[in-house]
Ligand binder design. Sequence first.
Ligand code: AMP
Length: 396
Amino acid sequence: MTSLNKKTIEDIDVTGKKVLVRCDFNVPLKDGVIQDDKRIRESLKTLKYLLDHHAAVIACSHLGRPKDGFDMTFSLAPVAKRLSELLGIEVIMAKDVIGEDAKAKAAALKEGQLMLLENVRFHKEEKKNDPAFAKELASMADIYVNDAFGTAHRAHASTAGVADYLPAVCGYLIQKEISIMGEALANPKRPFVAILGGAKVSDKIGVIKNLLDKVDVLIIGGGMAYTFNKVLGHKIGTSIFEEDKLDLAAELMKEAKEKGVKFLLPVDNVVGDKFDPDCNYQTVNSDDIPDGYMGLDIGPKTQEMFAEAIKGAGTVVWNGPMGVSEWPNFAAGTRAVATAVADSGAISIIGGGDSAAAVEKLGFADKMTHISTGGGASLEFLEGKELPGIAALNDK
Ligand code: AMP
């Protein structure tokens, strides 16, 4: 793992400079209307700092997955409009990314002004981290700021490549992610409890392996628990499990034992007769799930056991729901864990994606120390991997 001691926007003089800021404006859009502007609001602190310190700001981002060139259904124009409303200033929208319009507008941009480039993924060179494309992007600015944690695990031109051509620092969002998560992993307040859930063991193997060296307690819930329970010889009915991960699950449990890590698995489950929000369901012990039934949530005894382990924690890291929490009949386990984390008083770090959405939906967001702004990126961070978008930034 490379240094996380990266320069921030406060470590560099931005006055009178053109600053290219990689934001995460990948907002949900429907018929050109933004469904949730959270990511735009989260970018404001960094953008305001730069504008207040007399920088001329050139913001850029990707949006969705445009396939072939300039597909205007993925235009960032709605983001420019919303950003303008939130900041109370005009946001100059470029018609392209590195074309004539963007370059002319960037050249004319003055201190305290903000422009937004079009979707960087309109150029296939973006995802290829093409050096010529990165250089063109860089040519419009004097300084590069990365504040898009959600794409920091990707080595793309606007997230990493551009840093080869400019002084490169992080914005407040990335700074917060690396300081809180970095500190939790390097120097956790103990006991350190990790809670992992979600559908598959295979998605979280790297995280489990890395965390086994660091945590005191590892709690496993969600669909991934059944692979472990199968190893223990439990009847798991039709619950999802990964046949090809049984050996690995056994190995991980053995490793936990050797390392003195308390490894908690569900002892009861809410099981349904099909994968359907309105299926017939009942609560049973985890070692005896009836034929034809699948585990869709943790049961009340497990909720209590997990809550007890979380209660005394100094640090909690949580990634992945305890069940199919999108469906009301199977959301209780995730709700119970969220409540326990919120009430624990521990340093609480919620990985992005489903667990972050669950915590927000339950109204517990304010009670958590940190909710990561990146699902995939926070997982890779917890795996101990180097994130290219962070590695590319200048060390202090
Ligand atoms: P992940 O993206 O790996 O965090 O997984 C989140 C998904 O796992 C959510 O869509 C949940 O519905 C799903 N999930 C959680 N528990 C189960 C389960 N017991 N069976 C099937 N899917 C589950």
